[in-house]
Design a protein around this ligand. Sequence first.
Ligand code: GNR
Ligand code: NI
Length: 168
Amino acid sequence: MSILQILEFPHPNLRKVATPVKVFDEELSGLIDDMLETMYDANGIGLAATQVDIHKRLIVLDVSEDRDNPKILVNPSFQIIKEDLAEYDEGCLSVPGFYETVCRPETILLKAQDKIGEVFELKAEGILSTCIQHEIDHLDGKLFVDYLSALKRNRIRNKLEKEQRKHS
Ligand code: GNR
Ligand code: NI
């Protein structure tokens, strides 16, 4: 297993749209293990393949308190089943150090495949719903900062670019 490098905003590859997973093989399970290790190492509750520069429709997440309940979502999609919006203070491993309130549909019905390609559905609300929507946005090249004002987004971008220059 290995810890993968996480791309940071405004890296252009975070804007790529991921393509569906078609083969459920050893290579996929190896990538899933690496993504889980990377997510736990970074103390994140979710990680999309896009964030580690792999442009496949694959997400790992774990919103459990004890961090012992990993979920794998391959080729995920969702329907909104309750239009009500819920507010969450969102953060992102690709936007380190910034937290902002984002509104998203409260309750969704997720449809995805597991690591062997079996289709499953899951009704999600609360932080699980928020996290799934945040991760699927990554697969479509979208970030939570896109929901903020241009002023806030540009401030975040400038601060992160400054940080990145220091460390490169
Ligand atoms: O670790 C994470 N925490 C988080 C908190 C609120 C809303 C979404 C998230 S996802 C984030 C990990 C991450 O960047 N996933 O893409
Ligand atoms: Ni994120």
